[in-house]
Design a protein. Sequence first.
Length: 498
Amino acid sequence: MLNKKPSPCIMVIFGASGDLTFRKLIPALYDLVADDLLPPEFAMIGFARKPKTNDQFRQEMRQAVEEFARCKPINPTIWERFARALHYQQGDYHTPADYQVLLRRLEAIDQAHGSGGNRLYYLATPPEVYWPIIEHVGTMMCPTDTNNGAWSRIIVEKPFGSDLDSARQLNEHLHRWFREDQIYRIDHYLGKETVQNIFVFRFANGIFEPIWDRRYVDHVQITVAESIGIGNRGSYYEHAGVIRDIVQNHMLQLVALTAMEPPAEFSPDAVRNEKVKVLKALRVDTSRGDGTVRGQYGPGRINNELVKGYTQEEGVAPDSTTETYLAMKLLIENWRWAGVPFYVRSGKRLPRRVTEIAIQFKMPPLLLFSKRTAETIQPNLLVLNIQPDEGISLHFSAKTPGAGDAVQPVIMNFSYGTSFRTPAPDAYERLLLDAMLGDSTLFTRSDEVEASWALVTPVIERWQEGGGSFIELYRAGTWGPKSADDFIAADGRKWRTL
């Protein structure tokens, strides 16, 4: 976490009565205040449809902090200071008069807190109301930085569009009122410590970068597994599926960070330029079928608890063909990665929650041991564990004690929790602070978003036209459909056991 404090500002959260505000945004802001990373002039105003007073809003946010904040127990002095900075206004996202009231509230809070006219707008709403919010903020609240040095920035949550055309249209709508350097498209995965550590791991250590290419790497597996179902998001998930919910954003960002070239400098545009190059070089391998495996979870057991299937969930059509599991084989057409497959998989109702990047290296060119021993030697493996237990592990072979040449795999582990003995900051803490500081390194640029959609939109269109892989049912609590195992086995490989 950076020690530099941002300039005073007011953060406006549209959708302040929602789950994201309660579970993530307010606890993250409290933790930043508790760590003395926000200026005393900072203030926040929530805007939502539900009627509430300031006191009611503060009481609800106290519950959010008690349940979800990292810094516990709650410090009464810090809370009182933080609570005074919290404000609320009821309003409708489509009604211009409500934005006029909000503008007057902002001016009054500016006077009371001394926040200097700086504004950070956060769209924590369903995507269908992004357009009116952007338009009303753009026309009424002066998003262009003023001559006195005040700044305005906007954070947009995913999903950013539903295909390439809608993403381009949303970008064009934003650019009517905001410059690109004022727009912060947030992907909370990029705020996770292990994801940030990919930069340091690769570019601050001399032993890995020389072997980080097609000469030494056999393949890469990226897994985003969730044991939960869709909860109360049935209507959203029916439209999104796992390809829009996870693959287009989170997973392709992980691919880009893993495969990118060293940037010329560690600046927002230099880093994002290299990520865009990877995304533009990505191709779905369609040498067999459409390069995908799709699945949908049926009834099963998670942690010995019986759970229902996807089509039994609220808001889901009984004959739904929405995928809750997707595996893809990606190729990167550049010199570093030519011929190295990147296998990605993500699914709901899998046995456990885990996100990891596994880089499997090629076997030694000559095994100098007995045939029996050689059969026990496994490829070297480097695993970046992103959640839930953030860390890095290296798998290699070692001789077992005693006579003979018996070999077995061993693991060297690095864990954030045990090494640093302090809880890692939540991803939203880092990302909110960076947005206030004006550092967009960990946010996605417009061409990144469009390059990601350019890869997955043709896949979605093939499905909609009746082509591509079929939907295979898999039992909740398993690692997906059998066809996913056959998919990778056809290349002489297998999925990692997690």
